[in-house]
Design a binder for this molecule. Structure first.
Ligand code: NAP
Length: 605
């Protein structure tokens, strides 16, 4: 790789970094919080925070019919499963089931003002070539993505058998019939030959555990259940009913980065309660040029997705098709640990070189804040002191500017979070901030920390009465992260023991293609049932454990949060790790397995 002037400047800066001082500063920030669980789920007494504000009343008769495939989850994963099965198999009845009132998953629920995908739409929005669609912007809005997902459902005939506003309550395998029995909260009890699950990584809202939450008398809601009836406006903004309102937001993750500029524009007063500052890089959105799609050759979306996948996995490519901060930053961090033409330089090992490159990147983001924020105290409070991937990086070109407005206050809780709520306000650092409306942008239950069946809301009872909750009591056990011994004709899409990558839609597509290949092979073989063999599952689990990169040291150095189990990374089951050889290799393993054509480690009967 050629050396540039900026490489030399970075080298000069690198030479002056006191890495021990950096580590001490990061530790100091981390230790402000203490760690431990500070949230609760939007369930029970707080269940109304998870209620759907978009769906109207629904009355229908319970179903007792039979379908070929039941797909739990009608988000991107469920739609891709349906689409790929339609393309490869002759299965008439594919039934998507979702608690939401339509398809779309996260894009159904998240309609907050400013909602956009921060992964490029040309690689994130699935099946663009199949539908002949070109997104209107490099980073599409939530409504555009939702409309596309609805078009996918129409294109592949997935609405016909779909059940919305319906939650699965139990799945039982009937060995004699070779079918699944599916129960729902609408009284349905129907059969399915195959069941597939793509329930999402984060779909149940999380709330802070705050004294006084139940007695707060103002209006409050979770950002993923935006109450436009109260705020006015829509996903594009225009929150005109907030003109005379004092608004508070708790949380400063990707969601708040997108909503804060809109709340600032429309509210009388805005308080943003920050526990840990976000690392916010340049977004650089732009409309799709009119001639953008003119030269695209067939297969362009898959190639673009693979190019992004490789680059963001740190694998150098001849060209960078996406050219954004995801690809550029990973390339910079990866280049730091490649041998340089003029010798290895100062770093003695790859870990130290990576740490220095990370520091330089974070300094760039901290410098960016100084360049935008007028008040030095606010600028200092907004600076993130942790390694880049301790938290999900954020991208926005208007979030930081919000804090230059006189009616907007950043309430820096010094890592402690909000203390409590009163009837009329939020208390932080001993001061009460009066608010009429409080928005919880405090994230979701995450698959890292919450057992699968608990997040799903139902158990799966396989062959011989084996429950998935029991089988996975100490962590996932799978073959290729997709099938489970003892659970025939069942496919689970998740990150556990599977590929983990920032473009979730890409990985779901690869898993869906793989799943469809297996179902097609079973159908063509004349068999009715397919199950991962005990040996296949055992080998894969051993491989997962062998490759589980011990990232505990890194995670322990991070401020407590989602990725490190609120400061307790050691408590996360190693069995729930993604494939440690990297997601590129994971996809290759699936591809090679399909190419071998022998359905190795599967039992058909
Ligand atoms: P999040 O990333 O989990 O952030 C939650 C925020 O709430 C954090 O700032 C967290 O502080 C804070 N918080 C949590 N519990 C708290 C408590 N008890 N007291 C005070 N603060 C508390 O949630 P999110 O912003 O909704 O984003 C969720 C995920 O959605 C992201 O990881 C991202 O993958 C995805 N997302 C993607 C896009 C996109 O464009 N693709 C857009 C929005 C969201 P700490 O940092 O201190 O824990």
């Amino acid at each position: 790789m050629a050396r540039t002037g900026s490489d030399d400047r970075d080298d000069e800066r690198t030479a002056t970094i006191d890495i021990e001082a950096v580590r001490a500063k990061y530790r100091e920030e981390r230790d402000k919080r203490g760690g431990g669980r500070t949230y609760q789920f939007a369930r029970g007494a707080f269940g109304h925070y998870a209620r759907d504000p978009n769906a109207g009343p629904l009355e229908r008769e319970p179903l007792t019919d039979e379908v070929d495939v039941a797909v739990v989850g009608a988000g991107i994963g469920g739609l891709l499963i349906g689409a790929r099965l339609r393309e490869s198999c002759d299965l008439e009845r594919i039934r998507l089931i979702d608690a939401a009132g339509d398809v779309g998953g996260t894009w159904y629920w998240n309609r907050f003002p400013g909602v956009r995908c921060d992964v490029e739409s040309y690689i994130y929005m699935p099946l663009l070539e199949e539908l002949g669609t070109v997104p209107t912007e490099k980073y599409a809005t939530g409504p555009e993505i939702l409309a596309h997902l609805q078009a996918v459902a129409r294109h592949y005939g997935l609405y016909r058998d779909a059940l919305f506003q319906t939650s699965v309550t139990a799945l039982h395998w009937d060995e004699a019939a070779g079918k699944w029995l599916v129960r729902t909260d609408r009284g349905d009890l129907f059969r399915a030959r195959y069941v597939c699950m793509s329930i999402g990584l984060m779909h149940r809202p999380k709330l802070p555990s705050l004294p006084g939450l139940e007695s707060f008398a103002g209006h409050s809601f979770h950002a993923s259940r935006w109450d436009f009836a109260y705020t006015g406006g829509d996903s594009e903004g225009g929150l005109h009913k907030l003109r005379d309102k004092r608004v508070g937001v708790i949380g400063t993750g990707s969601t708040t980065v997108q909503i804060a500029p809109h709340l600032a524009e429309w509210s009388e007063r805005l308080y943003v309660f920050q526990r840990t500052p976000a690392a916010v890089d340049v977004r650089g959105n732009r409309p799709t040029p009119p001639d953008w799609a003119a030269d695209l050759a067939p297969g362009w979306q898959q190639r673009r997705m693979e190019n992004f996948h490789a680059l963001t996995s740190g694998l150098p490519q001849d060209e960078d098709l996406v050219r954004d901060r995801w690809t550029q930053t990973t390339a910079e961090l990866a280049a730091a640990i490649l041998p340089k033409a003029d010798g290895p330089g100062d770093p003695r090992d790859m870990a130290a070189a990576a740490e220095r490159a990370d520091f330089l990147k974070m300094e760039e983001l901290r410098d960016r804040i100084d360049g935008i924020i007028a008040d030095p105290e606010t600028a200092a409070a907004l600076k993130p002191y942790f390694r880049l991937y301790c938290k999900r990086p954020c991208f926005h070109d208007g979030y930081l500017q919000t804090y230059n407005q006189p009616h907007v206050t950043l309430v820096d809780t010094q890592g402690k979070g909000v203390e409590r709520l009163t009837r009329t306000g939020v208390v932080a650092g001993g001061t009460e901030y009066p608010v009429d409306c409080l928005v919880f942008a405090t994230g979701y239950e995450h698959e890292f920390a919450v057992p699968y069946t608990s997040r799903a809301g139902y158990d799966i009872v396989g062959r011989d009465g084996l429950k998935l909750s029991e089988k996975w009591e100490s962590g996932a056990r799978t073959f290729h992260g997709l099938q489970v011994h003892g659970f025939p004709n069942c496919f689970i899409l998740s990150k556990a023991q599977s590929g983990r990558h920032v473009n979730i839609a890409y990985m779901l597509n690869e898993q869906s293609k793989h799943l469809s290949y297996i179902v097609k092979s079973v159908e063509e073989s004349g068999h009715r049932v397919v199950e991962a063999s005990e040996a296949g599952e055992k080998e894969w689990v051993e491989e997962i454990l062998r490759l589980a990169t011990d990232s505990t040291d890194f995670l322990e150095s991070c401020t407590p949060g989602l990725y490190n189990n609120e400061g307790k990374p050691g408590d996360l089951p190693a069995l729930n790790s993604s494939y440690g050889g990297g997601s590129v290799e994971f996809v290759n393993i699936l591809r090679r397995w399909r190419e071998a054509g022998d359905l190795a480690r599967l039992e058909l009967r």
